[in-house]
Design a protein around this ligand. Structure first.
Ligand code: KIV
Ligand code: NA
Length: 269
């Protein structure tokens, strides 16, 4: 089957829900690809893979390296790559140069940017020059050093109105779809009804046109998961059991056994 395109996703507004997951490596991409419309190489990889405490330290080179790995495993799903903190906010030219590097060096189809106040102008600049952009409104993890903590957004009326406006501006600037993160159902619904581009929610209710989760969260790689995550597996426990048993087998000389051993065909002198 051919790869999912930007017009395919745009055409899903109000239709069958869009399935997106984050993906950071090639083997995971081969597993997720048949099931997902979009694989997002999220800058959440800073935390999910590299043990950072926020996404602020993630570099463009890290995003490109993981993007290349995911592209080697994904045959059908659209691959979207997050522009990391510091790679698109300083000016149109650097944003374009960095986005072009991402598309050229990975072969992915689109980038995603967090829609702070300056983002819509940047999105317009990029889209007019051939870079498809996914927007991202609501909780913006790259603003952690302004916000102090990761918590749901749009709780007071001023912030609610700001997020709604930013969703409008992001869609009007030419973003082909918009991630909504960490807002109450009422705001996610209002945005989804107001803009003509598909919305993809994370912690943003069933009112969106699609859903995304951080794959390591839904696979149970961490001890703790937030309220909006549903755990579909317990990989942390699985891996812990496997490693504990392996360690026990090595220490007790139960591993390797004869079937796991190469024997020389030459007679021993
Ligand atoms: O980096 C990421 O995983 C994301 C999703 C939460 C949308 O941006
Ligand atoms: Na992100």
């Amino acid at each position: 089957a051919r790869r999912v395109t930007v017009p395919d996703i745009r055409g899903r507004k109000g239709g069958e829900p869009i399935v997106m997951l984050t993906c950071y490596d090639a083997p995971s991409a081969t597993i997720m690809d048949p099931h997902c419309d979009i694989l997002l190489v999220g800058d959440s990889l800073g935390m999910a893979v590299h043990g950072m405490t926020s996404t602020v330290g993630v570099t463009l080179d890290m995003m490109i390296l993981h993007g290349q790995a995911v592209m080697r495993g994904a045959k059908r799903a659209m691959v979207v790559i997050d522009m990391p903190f510091g790679s698109y906010e300083a000016g149109f030219e650097t944003a374009y140069a960095n986005a072009a590097r991402v598309l050229k060096e990975t072969g992915a189809q689109a980038v995603k940017v967090e829609s702070g106040p300056t983002a819509p102008a940047t999105i317009d600049y990029l889209v007019k020059r051939g870079v498809p952009v996914m927007g991202h409104v609501g909780l913006l993890p790259q603003s952690i050093n302004i916000d102090g903590t990761f918590k749901a957004k749009g709780k007071d009326e001023a912030e609610y109105a700001r997020i709604l406006q930013s969703a409008h501006d992001t869609a009007n600037a030419g973003a082909f779809c918009v991630v909504i993160e960490g807002v109450a159902e009422r705001l996610a619904r209002e945005i989804t009804e107001a803009i003509d581009k598909p919305t993809i929610g994370i912690g943003a209710s069933a009112a969106c046109d699609g859903q995304v989760l951080v794959s390591s969260d839904m696979l149970g790689m961490f001890d703790w998961t937030p309220k909006f995550v549903r755990r579909y597996a317990g990989l942390r426990q699985e891996i812990d059991n496997a490693v504990a048993t392996y360690a026990e087998d090595v220490r007790s000389r139960r591993f390797p056994a004869e079937v796991e051993t190469y024997f020389s065909k030459k007679p021993v002198a």
